[in-house]
Ligand binder design. Structure first.
Ligand code: NAD
Ligand code: ZN
Length: 248
């Protein structure tokens, strides 16, 4: 059975690393971008989530955020996030590199979380740099569109997420590559693995000799590089994996 094989690999891992995409949060009620029911069937991502369109029409961006924000802010970690935190606690993973911006790994108790695409839990003023909590800004979207900085008197606020056309945060990318190169087992969960440079992380790990485990609802372009591929829901597969490991 593939889950048994994955648990054997992780049982001997000393520098195991997880990387997650939107799929790990799907069972928390946050829609993925791609795939069935994905947001991209309803919105054009380049129109909504690029820095150029944000600057051209910030109210347009924030109107989508007003619709999408409450569900994301209210989401709770699911058994997949919780299993990853348990694997870290048990020493089978050194941490998790994530493409997600929802903060659910931290809520689940993961201690080392490398956020490649920033965090949706905060917003930042594009002029003075002052940060505010996203939840506070979310609460005033009904009366203030787009929301503006209160510290400097009116510059635009942008969530601290990486939009299309923006550079990735260099420290996070460097940390992810360092962990990947040192990893003996690389566990990728809920990522379509088509967004670069994020997909480069498991590639680096494999090149450096790591065994690759892929857990995803659908096939990915990396399945052929993997030692173990498990097509399933992360909220079901990961707790089984964690249970096998703790029983071992
Ligand atoms: P993606 O949306 O491109 O792909 C998600 C993958 O997860 C798909 O291959 C899908 O088959 C799979 N999946 C769906 N439900 C699953 C489940 N229950 N268990 C396991 N797999 C499941 O996501 P991506 O590759 O992460 O790239 C899109 C970008 O969008 C990310 O970089 C991220 O920044 C951003 N995003 C973040 C969130 C979030 O923070 N939760 C949500 C949507 C998109
Ligand atoms: Zn400001």
């Amino acid at each position: 059975m593939t889950i048994e094989r994955a648990s054997e690999l992780l049982a001997s891992a000393r520098t195991g690393l997880a990387m997650t995409g939107a799929g790990v949060s799907a069972e928390s009620g946050i829609p993925t971008f791609r795939g069935e029911g994905g947001l991209w069937s309803r919105y054009d991502p380049v129109k909504v989530a690029s820095i150029d369109s944000f600057l051209e029409d910030p109210a347009g961006y924030w109107r989508v955020a007003r619709e999408r924000g409450p569900a994301v802010l209210a989401a709770r970690p699911n058994p997949g996030h919780i299993a990853l935190a348990a694997l870290e606690k048990a020493g089978r993973l050194v941490g998790v590199v994530t493409q997600n911006t929802d903060g659910l790994h931290q809520d689940a108790g993961s201690r080392r979380v490398v956020e490649l695409h920033g965090s949706g839990r905060a917003v930042q003023c594009l002029d003075c740099g002052t940060r505010e909590r996203r939840s506070e800004v979310q609460a005033r979207l009904d009366v203030e569109m787009p929301p503006r900085c209160r510290a400097c008197g009116g510059a635009l606020l942008k969530p601290t997420v990486v939009l299309f056309g923006e550079p990735m945060p260099i420290p996070a990318v460097e940390e992810a590559f360092t962990l990947a190169k040192a990893a003996d087992v690389m566990l990728v969960v809920g990522s379509s693995l088509v967004v670069y440079p994020a997909a480069q992380v498991p590639l680096k790990a494999v090149e450096a000799g790591a065994a690759l485990i892929v857990v995803n609802a659908e096939p990915t372009p990396f399945d052929r590089l993997a030692t173990v591929v498990i097509h399933g829901r992360s909220g079901e597969v990961l707790p089984q994996l964690a249970a096998l490991l703790s029983a071992a």
